[in-house]
Design a protein around this ligand. Structure first.
Ligand SMILES: *Cc1c(COP(=O)(O)O)cnc(C)c1O
Length: 394
């Protein structure tokens, strides 16, 4: 089975497709017809790769974590997406999509954001490329993420408060989709994760696939082989994980582990572990696994990390789960906090709370002494310092 590419209808096995209102068809169709030709062109890649290098700061290091390796008796490498400009992997995708929008002749960009990280990445690249930027954000999130709101505004974006529903991420997505329907010709919607109607999951995975492309080259240079024994990443919607897994999914010898946020625990009613708690449903334009009640109403997710606090999972990952190509582990808030303090004190790296879920896999699973274990550190922890300092006793 090809785990990397969706079929021509945008399906990864049973998951994906484009479930959108009639009025969105022209936008999505235009994108579907043109995205591959543009992003595979020489001209696009020259510009994209140059900016990834000089502006984002790629390639990011693949760091051998000696102290962690000693403790866990295995060979641990960290893929340092935290060292990207703006502090996380999200800019890889935001930059790719903003360049694509320009090629499509669209000068108005909209985006949704929960914690504000995708909003900041989008506002950053639109400032760079001279594009108008409107970011939809739930009112609740605006209050929780004041610093990121200030960053977006300073970068020149307009932040629009969403007051419907729970006033959080999923409501912001709905509002952005509404905007897109109303502004089909001028506007491109930069979705921030490997979710949404086809072709978004594939497009986002391709823009993030630079992560696994670099890992291959870096491993080859360091240990003489391209493939690790394990690749591990955290999954919210699934963009950093899709990018980390991309060039390995069709390599059966590479074991894949996805870390989902269990929140307060799978049985607590306060969780975001979609593969464990979700069922087949439609969310934000694609068919995938969704946390929902018997009437198909979305269940409010919970995670201590805002970036994993999402009631769905992208179709790429739903398929990896169903086909058992990847192992999905649920990591609680507490386990993630514990790992964050451990890596900070042992390696001098303060990780994002999201990334700490991937790191926590180290204490959940036994690896062999000579296993090469690559963990994607999706972002840096500056944004989470308040939460960390409130939980210092870990
Ligand atoms: C947004 C975010 C995530 C989760 O999003 P994915 O699309 O699943 O990657 C993970 N880590 C960081 C640092 C983030 O900002």
């Amino acid at each position: 089975m090809d785990f990397k590419n969706p079929d021509k209808y945008g399906y990864y096995g049973d998951f994906g497709g484009a479930f959108i209102p009639e009025m969105l068809h022209p936008n999505v169709e235009e994108l579907e017809n043109k995205y591959l030709e543009i992003i595979e062109s020489k001209e696009f890649n020259k510009e994209f790769n140059q900016l990834l290098k000089d502006y984002v700061g790629r390639e990011t290091p693949l760091y051998f974590a000696e102290n962690l390796s000693k403790k866990y008796q295995t060979q641990i490498y960290l893929k340092r997406e935290d060292l990207n400009h703006t502090g996380a992997h999200k800019i890889n995708n935001a930059l790719g999509q903003a360049l694509l929008a320009k090629k499509l002749g669209k000068n108005r960009i909209i985006a949704e954001t929960g914690a504000g990280q995708h909003g900041v990445a989008t506002a950053t690249v639109t400032a760079l490329l001279g594009l108008e930027c409107i970011v939809y954000m739930g009112e609740t999130d605006i209050k929780r993420q004041a610093l990121n709101v200030a960053r977006m505004k300073m970068l020149g974006a307009e932040v629009r408060a969403v007051t419907s529903g729970s006033k959080t991420l999923k409501d912001a997505v709905n509002e952005a989709l509404r905007d897109w329907i109303n502004n089909p010709t001028s506007t491109h919607y930069i979705i921030g994760s490997a979710v949404g109607p086809h072709p978004f999951p594939d497009m986002v995975a391709r823009f993030q696939s630079v992560i696994s492309q670099e890992i291959k080259l870096q491993l080859k240079a360091k240990i003489g082989r391209e493939n690790p024994d394990y690749i591990i990443a955290c999954v919210g919607g699934g963009s950093n994980a899709a990018g980390s897994f991309y060039h390995f999914v069709n390599e059966p010898n590479v074991k894949i582990i996805a870390a989902e946020a269990a929140g307060l625990g799978l049985e607590s009613g306060k969780s975001a572990a979609t593969t464990q708690l979700g069922s087949l449903g439609i969310l934000h334009g694609s068919q995938s696994l969704v946390m929902q009640d018997n009437d198909g109403q979305v269940i409010e997710p919970h995670s201590i990390s805002a970036g994993l606090d999402y009631p769905g999972i992208g179709p790429f990952h739903a398929n990896l789960f169903k086909q058992k190509r990847a192992e999905f582990l649920s990591i609680t808030d507490e386990e993630a906090l514990k790992s964050a303090f451990e890596i900070t004190q042992m390696e001098g790296i303060i990780p994002a709370l999201e990334s700490s879920h991937a790191l926590a896999v180290l204490s959940k699973k036994k690896f062999k002494k000579d296993d090469v274990v690559v963990i994607t550190l999706s972002g840096r922890g500056d944004k989470d310092i308040e939460i960390y300092s409130k939980n210092r006793d870990f």
